[in-house]
Design a protein around this ligand. Sequence first.
Ligand code: SAM
Length: 265
Amino acid sequence: MIERKEAREIKMCCATFYQSDLARMLLGDVLHPGGLELTGYLGTVTGLKSEDRVLDVACGRGTSVVYLAKRFGCYVTGLDYGQDNITAAESHAATESVAHLTAFKEGDAEGLPFEDGSFDVVISECSFCTFPDKTRAAQEMARVLRRHGRLGITDVTISCPLPEDIQSLLAWVACLTGAGSPELYVSILKDAGFIEFIVEDKRDSLLEMANDVRRKLLGMELAIGLGKLNLGDFNVSEIKHLAQRTLELIQNGTISYKLFKASRK
Ligand SMILES: C[S@@+](CC[C@H](N)C(=O)[O-])C[C@H]1O[C@@H](n2cnc3c(N)ncnc32)[C@H](O)[C@@H]1O
């Protein structure tokens, strides 16, 4: 059981990292494996229609919100713990001319600031793994969905406990330490009131992203050595070690990425 103070620190660190210049340099604006192609697939699998009211829990900089609103014509609300992410998301929606189809709110996935049954579809990408209280987050997703509403999650999963060197706060923020097995996620979601599960493997998306991050880190290390880049408090060697270990653990099957589709009872 994670203490409240520790849980708040995890959420803060996660939001701070994913709002940072470093995250933007490493990941761009799409902060999940598979990019917008996988987001589009998630939208198709959850059967998005123009009349749907959709919630993206932990929406980051709103890239998926804007993409889904444009592609499916539905009204999409994005929620994130980081205020800077919300500000960036609002500006992105305005630039892409979908401000009328989108809304953004700062908030916590473990206490969603929405009425019961306000949405037809809830999605969450690469974020469930970072929530310290997954039971609460799953209950909240079920609460804000209408009866028979649809849920679509893509997330990091593990097949066995991670080694000691992947148990740091940095590893949590990198979506590793907080990750659970696919069976655990399904069991938490079932207890929260979800049924009719479809689980698909998306490991290749994670492998591609991990390789890409590792390549970028090598370039950044070079730039730091030449005095052309300063990352302030971030320790690139530590991040590089984590990226290398993550790659090994994806390759040996310990870490993967899965898509979960379910319906609310
Ligand atoms: C890996 S990023 C994914 C962002 C976005 N879903 C995407 O795919 O681009 C994780 C996001 O979770 C957000 N986050 C972490 N804990 C949260 C919480 N308890 N409630 C809401 N958002 C949270 C972070 O601020 C960050 O934007």
